[in-house]
Design a protein around this ligand. Structure first.
Ligand code: NAP
Length: 284
């Protein structure tokens, strides 16, 4: 059975829209992206359309590839100080001459809507309820919750240890309350198949089309496919969906699974940034 990420995300978006309208909130999200990077333009365009639908104002600044690290740091500093801007995204990737870690650390943690700043990662790790959580892991946790898929005592196998998906997700799912037994696999892992066959829930985020085959998952497993890969002109996941679907109890399609949840969580985080800033302004 499919998990309809699009439908779940739509419910979240409608709730956010109502909350923004009812409370006359004015959240504003600022995007910085490199003008020569076409995929960034597509992703930012999608995020901006989603913002508009729920009543979030978005601002976009395209930067020349010649911008220096110092130049970008100045732009971030200005956005940090701008009282209108609640949330900031620097769309990755950045050119090689710019240290992306330095850029992430320069964003004011209260405006770090992607949840990548070390302070927010730390807050996530200690289970702070005010942490801004990275959007994709947050969206996956929300999706499991809404679908009533308990993770307590379950063997969860995550493929891929990136800082934006695998590692934060492993942390969230192993925390008290989620209580999963998590195995985090990567390109150096041995006996991948035996780990996967032991999984009650498989979450794949490696970026290889159709990597997870039907003989790699156990009957009745839940399959969450984070992958967004292009294959023969089509968008496909990491999982060989048509075949694995026959074995899985639940599976996310690509597109229409995790992707819409990521965007919904970005909108939710933007509102969270706005409300936290309103509260901190009141307490000044
Ligand atoms: P990434 O930074 O490219 O990292 C890929 C991870 O997969 C690495 O940890 C790598 O291991 C591991 N890996 C690669 N080949 C492997 C193999 N043969 N066996 C086991 N592990 C392997 O990944 P990412 O940025 O997290 O993205 C992963 C995929 O998710 C991409 O398709 C991306 O487009 C998609 N994505 C989707 C969303 C969404 O909202 N749906 C959000 C983010 C990303 P090493 O660490 O050892 O190199």
């Amino acid at each position: 059975m499919d998990i309809n990420g699009r439908a779940i995300a739509q419910v979240i978006r409608t709730t956010l829209e109502t909350e923004i309208e009812k409370n006359k909130y004015t959240p504003t999200l600022a995007f910085f992206l490199m003008e020569d990077h076409a995929p960034s333009r597509v992703y930012v365009g999608m995020k901006q359309r989603a913002c508009q639908e729920v009543g979030i104002t978005s601002i976009k600044e395209e930067l020349p590839v010649s911008i220096t690290e110092k130049g970008l740091l100045e732009k971030i500093d200005n956005a940090n100080k701008d009282p209108v801007i609640d949330a900031i995204i620097v769309q990755m990737p950045l050119p090689d001459h710019i240290d992306s870690n330095k850029i992430i650390c320069a964003i004011d943690p209260i405006k770090d809507v992607d949840g990548f700043h070390p302070l927010n990662i730390g807050k996530m790790m200690i289970g702070d309820k005010n942490a801004l959580l990275p959007c994709t892991p947050h969206g996956i946790c929300k999706m499991l919750e809404i679908e009533n898929i308990s993770t307590t005592g379950k063997n969860v196998v995550i493929l891929g240890r990136s800082l934006i998906v695998g590692r934060p997700l492993a942390n969230l799912l192993s925390q008290k309350g989620k209580d999963a037994t998590v195995t985090l696999l990567h390109s150096r892992s041995q006996n991948l198949k035996s780990h996967l066959l032991n999984a009650d829930i498989v979450i794949s985020a490696i970026g290889i089309p159709h990597f997870v085959k039907e003989d790699m998952v156990k009957q009745g497993a839940v399959i969450i496919d984070v992958g967004m890969n292009h294959l023969e002109g089509k968008l496909v996941g990491d999982v060989d969906y048509t075949k694995v679907k026959k074995i899985a109890s639940k599976i996310t399609p690509v597109p229409g699974g995790v992707g819409p949840m990521t965007i919904a969580m970005l909108l939710q985080n933007t509102l969270q940034c706005h409300i936290q800033r309103l509260k901190s302004n009141l307490s000044l």
